[in-house]
Design a protein around this ligand. Sequence first.
Ligand code: C2E
Ligand code: CA
Ligand code: CA
Length: 537
Amino acid sequence: MQKRMSEKELLSHFDEALEKGYIFAYYQPQFNHSTGRMIGAEALMRWVDPKYGMQYPSDFIPVLEEQDLLYKADIKMVEVACKLLRFCFDNHLPVVPISFNMSRNDIYKHEYVEEVEKIRDYYSIPVRYLRVEITETSAIGGTELVAAVIEKFHKYGYIVEMDDFGSGYSSLNILKDLNVDIIKLDLKFLDGGSGGRGGIIIKSVVQMAKWLKTPVIAEGVETAKQADFMNSIGCNYLQGYLYSKPLPEEQFLEKIQITIHETMTPTTNYSDEFDVDKFWDPESFETMIFSNFVGGAAIFSYDKGDMELIRVNKKYIETISMNLSEKDFVDTDPATFFAPGEIDVFVETIKKAIVSHDEEICDTWRTFTSRCCGKEDICIRTSMRLIGNAESEYIFYAIIQNVTAEKKIYASMADSEKRFKYAFEHSNTYAWEYMIDNKEMRPCFRCMRDLGLPPLLKNYPEPAIEVGIIPFDYADMYRDWHKQLEKGTESLEAIIPLTKQRIPFVVKYTTEFDDNGRPVKAYGSATAVAQNLENAD
Ligand code: C2E
Ligand code: CA
Ligand code: CA
């Protein structure tokens, strides 16, 4: 007989059910699709009442949660799972790690981790046989508390899984904040077909998880088609009705004995599994975006001073104008391309990006030797952003731009600037540019040095009047000059006693016009009168 218990019945029977063992676990095995071997199982809560029969989590968990009772049931699940594992060890039966579910409630119980640990200790279960599942939604309202619980579990050596990944609204953000070891991707949340949006999202998540070197278990796999799709995108770990429904203890024990098991590759060793070839799959959606829409782009890793290009696109190589293939290029140590000293600048930027989690930019010179062009020095502007990390390895997405021409123009401008600087020194002339449109004034080097001006003055000429460079009784005349410039006066000239010392200067303006005859800029100069007289002699 099976009948859904009412809320009242659930609550009044709860203590008895816990005590008498009506609340216990079913176990759903997890498999490696490639090898067919079992890699673990998830403990799922069941309540079998002697009178009402089987009750499912969706019926009673919300009620228990509401009354803050789920915590007790969750702890009970850890206990029954440990008991089962102990039974297997004692009877020399095959064993796989068992995952237990942690609820939002448990996070607020300060002793939760310690209680789990106490039970594990009591049954002497090696910690690698227990995994804890935390749902993405338990982080709603803030990740700090969850992060602290994960940290605690990690201290004891537990593997932590992110359950129901993709069910929340900010999955990717949460992944950044929570240091989980395994991602569980529920196909039902993502419209698990291989085509369409769902398929693309699943593919991207699996790909990203690889960058993060975090294994993914796909749950809710019901059809062979879904299993094959997951396999084809590099996710081999599956759980779902296709393989097995959740099983009562005895059936699970039978199953475990007739199935070969293997250990799921733990996070730290996942690099062997890191399938670079998949990454290069020319058919993939990511490749298409990466190759065609983003300019010069690269994915690279940084680990304690070592840099490695994981992937670059065609435009990246074009930007650097080299004759190498993508693969050859990626296989060369990127450090060898940097001009001396430049790598330090690059590494500094990497470190900044690790801390800021934001885009960081640097310009660095590289020397490339290509078959066609010989040796070439180019300056590359790199905008980089951290996209993931595993242990001490950090993974970045970088967009590059060749700024060599720009740099060379600046260098030559700096040269001519230098020439003017000396010419001004000798002629005792001060010079500036006045932008007619926005009233900005850019003084020359001498103005900045001798008069203490900043490189840019806004709302000119007011600041010059304010600090007394233009004496008060000349202020209105000088203001009027700037109005005339706006109206298109070609040139202006007068002797103005400048500074508090009232030193007479010949002050001149010459206006520059655009193609439509509109005044854009005026070049100002002030030459000491005494100097002029000397010159006239
Ligand atoms: P969950 O943690 O996501 O567990 C997976 C659920 O999907 C289970 O439902 C499982 O029976 C079901 N499932 C497995 N394979 C398939 C499949 O191929 N297709 C479909 N459609 N479903 C599949 P179940 O056992 O009813 O549990 C429901 C939820 O209740 C769990 O979702 C979990 O959130 C919660 N729950 C279960 N046991 C516990 C527990 O011990 N503690 C806590 N806090 N929550 C639990
Ligand atoms: Ca779960
Ligand atoms: Ca789940």
